[in-house]
Design a protein around this ligand. Structure first.
Ligand code: NAD
Ligand code: WQD
Length: 341
């Protein structure tokens, strides 16, 4: 299948490329490298021994999109491109709405011009907001609590309208829980700019000595050890969920949302312990005040993905820590070069 992958140089996109190329799909990556490096694509080529098109472009650039769609004529789009930092989204909400929502609209318009009817969208568990019950199933009300989460929720709503506007259209909304880990080779992984916001890359940087200690945000939550509990999902499992979603969209029209998680939660201190075991290092940490906007616990009910997509997470928290450690210890500076702008 000819598949256009927006944001394909990013963390989840690059891991998904390995799956897609492994299945001999014909790929075109579109990325503006605002949060990634072309080096990730070089490493994907090395790992797979497969080639694909890549175009440096912005999803908000209608002319560039038209040219790419006319030339490549994709049969499906996997749409990763977007800004993703929750804290930053509160400071520059318009940038987030512009990038994530207008960018998605431009993409849908370009899809229409060439009759491309299938899209798999990177949504997020953050669309649910404060849990009314756990685990979250897909019927849980959506009430995101920050601008980033609202961009994901609004794009989901746009995709619902688009999918119902023609009986030929198909949209699959993947609500990722907490992606973590790296490819087992250690040659691709997560390479955040500046101080990492997320737990696993922060711990990895403490482990290699780039940061002194981990601040554990809150030790008084109503969880088994008082620290925040999340459903961590290995990025390689996430990648295989995209394969399943593309296949599903080839066989089904309409719109469907899926939780992509394991159904099991781990606390911050459990992640620290698992990382210590994987790296044979001690991770110094201090219990700090809660981070504003955090919830105590978030866990997926992944049954629907298993039933309809035939997908289930296979890898464990230990696998996530081992691979994150391998990536970080082999790539102290990530992909090396600061991302282009
Ligand atoms: P990432 O930042 O590593 O990848 C996103 C990619 O999109 C980057 O390569 C970036 O350069 C590109 N991009 C951003 N804006 C663009 C634009 N306007 N035009 C072209 N390219 C653009 O992030 P990721 O972790 O791989 O996340 C991928 C998607 O999954 C994002 O949409 C994110 O919101 C979503 N998501 C991520 C997580 C997570 O914790 N990593 C969780 C849930 C959902
Ligand atoms: C996990 C746990 C923190 C860092 C975010 C987004 C969500 C999704 C995934 C995109 C929490 C604790 C963290 C640290 C800590 N992204 N923590 N010290 O907040 O669950 O989800 O990423 O869609 O939308 O909100 O992930 O990795 O930031 O935090 O103690 O330095 O680790 O408090 O309990 P989160 P996270």
């Amino acid at each position: 299948m000819r598949i256009l992958v927006t944001g394909g140089a990013g963390y989840i996109g690059s891991h998904t490329l390995l799956e897609l190329l492994g299945e001999q799909h014909d790929i075109c990556v579109l990325d503006n490298y605002s949060n990634s490096s072309p080096e990730a694509l070089s490493r994907v080529r090395l790992l797979t021994n497969a080639d694909f098109l890549d175009v440096k472009a912005d999803i908000r650039d209608d002319n560039a999109l038209m040219n790419i769609f006319q030339d490549f004529q994709p049969e499906a789009v996997i749409h990763f491109a977007g800004l993703k930092a929750v804290g930053e989204s509160g400071k520059v909400p318009l940038t987030y709405y512009e990038n994530n929502i207008r960018g998605s609209l431009s993409l849908l318009k370009a899809m229409e011009t060439v009759g491309c009817r299938r899209i798999v969208f990177s949504s997020s568990a953050t669309v649910y907001g404060e849990p009314q019950y756990l685990p979250y199933d897909e019927a849980h009300p959506c009430a995101p609590t920050n601008p980033y989460g609202r961009t994901k929720y609004f794009v989901e709503e746009i995709l619902k309208d688009w999918a119902t506007s023609s009986f030929k259209n198909s949209a699959v909304l993947l609500r990722y829980f907490n992606p973590a880990g790296a490819h087992s080779s250690g040659s691709i992984g997560e390479d955040p700019n500046g101080i990492p916001n997320n737990l696993m890359p922060f711990i990895s940087q403490v482990a290699v000595g780039k940061r002194d200690q981990l601040n554990v945000f809150g030790g008084d939550y109503d969880t088994r050890d008082g620290t925040g509990l999340r459903d961590y999902i290995h990025v390689s499992d996430l990648a295989s969920a995209h394969m399943a979603a593309v296949n599903y969209s080839a066989a089904h029209t309409g719109v469907e949302a899926f939780n992509i998680g394991t159904g099991k939660g781990a606390t911050v201190l459990e992640v620290v312990k698992a990382f210590e075991e994987a790296s044979a290092l001690r991770i110094p940490y201090v219990i700090s005040p809660r981070r504003s906007g955090d919830i105590a616990a978030s866990v997926a009910d992944p049954k629907k993905a298993q039933e309809l997509l035939g997908w289930k997470a296979k890898l464990t928290l230990n696998n996530m820590c081992q691979s994150a450690w391998k990536w970080q210890s082999q790539n102290l500076e990530g992909y090396g070069n600061p991302p282009e702008n």
